[in-house]
Design a protein. Structure first.
Lengths: 112, 116
């Protein structure tokens, strides 16, 4: 079946450090891929998306590239800020369904 | 738009009591999703509706859980009787299917349920 695997957290970084959060998926066909972010005490919100192979999603300095050959969608940011501290969820949605499959989430802590 | 609205934001109840969580989706959205989030199990999809009709309830843990969507602007998730292991944050989300695209899900702020 379809599944999403994320790296375990927490990830603790100093401000301005480079961030990578790994995400790999298992799916038949060509799913759409997403990163959602959850700030403390809030619901999830869409951070970025990619709908086909080699697409790069980007938003707020975050980027992720849909790599079909490695079934990956790793999240990166060149210089993190304290305000980026949150939980990040990788997710996929298979074509023909409106149901998302979420990873377990990775908590990011950025220290000043 | 006010976004997805959930109530209450916090609920503390005793084991055996009935709990009702409420959700108002974004106006015009035709899909509604209920999720449960715990430290142990992460984010789990419980049930989702399309045009007020339940499409997939395979994630509902057991018969103690039930969900309804009587109209396009309101849904409830009921737990009866509640148990301590039901303690979690429950999220409601909605999305719009029309117009193609990627069908972003918009999440409410969640209801934190504590069953003593």
């Amino acid at each position: 079946g379809n599944s999403v695997t994320q790296m375990e957290g927490p990830v603790t970084l100093s401000e301005e450090a480079f961030l990578t959060i790994n995400c790999t998926y298992t799916a038949t066909g060509y799913p759409s891929l997403f990163w959602y972010v959850q700030y403390p005490g809030e619901g999830l919100q869409l951070l970025l998306k990619a709908t086909k192979a080699d697409d790069k999603g980007s938003n707020k300095g975050f980027e992720a590239t849909y790599r079909k050959e490695t079934t990956s969608f790793h999240l990166e940011k060149g210089s993190v800020q304290v305000s980026d501290s949150a939980v990040y969820f990788c997710a996929l949605r298979h074509s023909g369904t409106y149901k998302y499959i979420f990873g377990t989430g990775t908590r990011l802590k950025v220290l000043a | 738009d006010a976004g997805v609205i959930q109530s209450p934001r916090h609920e503390v109840t005793e084991m055996g009591q009935e709990v009702t969580l409420r959700c108002k989706p974004i106006s015009g959205h035709d899909y509604l999703f209920w999720y449960r989030q715990t430290m142990m199990r992460g984010l789990e999809l419980l049930i989702y509706f399309n045009n007020n009709v339940p499409i997939d309830d395979s994630g509902m843990p057991e018969d103690r859980f039930s969900a309804k969507m009587p109209n396009a602007s309101f849904s409830t998730l009921k737990i009866q009787p509640s148990e301590p292991r039901d303690s979690a944050v429950y999220f409601c989300a909605s999305s719009l299917s029309a117009g193609g695209g990627y069908n972003e899900q918009f999440f409410g702020p969640g209801t934190r349920l504590t069953v003593l």
